[in-house]
Design a protein around this ligand. Structure first.
Ligand SMILES: [Zn+2]
Length: 94
């Protein structure tokens, strides 16, 4: 008779984003509209999302241009590349 596996306990929810995520978010700046990260959230599957309030006319917000150079600059400044998704929202800094 196979041994029953003990159900795994769910991992405790972290109190905040890990340092790598915070460092990345602090160093991210849109090179087109100069918007910065408004906040970082964690979805139920554990993926972090960076909320960037791009200007309404920002080509990154519209998807016309990529933000990969900005992401690389943020990662280099933070010293590592965390796995983070950007949620593009309008209404950033003036
Ligand atoms: Zn932008």
């Amino acid at each position: 008779m196979p041994k029953k596996k003990k159900p795994r306990k769910p991992l405790p929810a972290p109190k905040g984003p890990p340092k790598a995520i915070k460092d990345y978010a602090r160093n991210y700046k849109c090179s087109h509209c100069n918007s910065r990260v408004n906040g970082v959230t964690r979805d139920p599957s554990g993926i972090y999302h960076m909320n960037v309030g791009h200007d309404d006319t920002c080509p990154v917000l519209r998807g016309a241009l990529t933000d990969v150079p900005d992401a690389i600059r943020a990662a280099l400044a933070a010293g590592r590349l965390p796995t983070v998704l950007e949620d593009r929202i309008s209404g950033g800094e003036e």
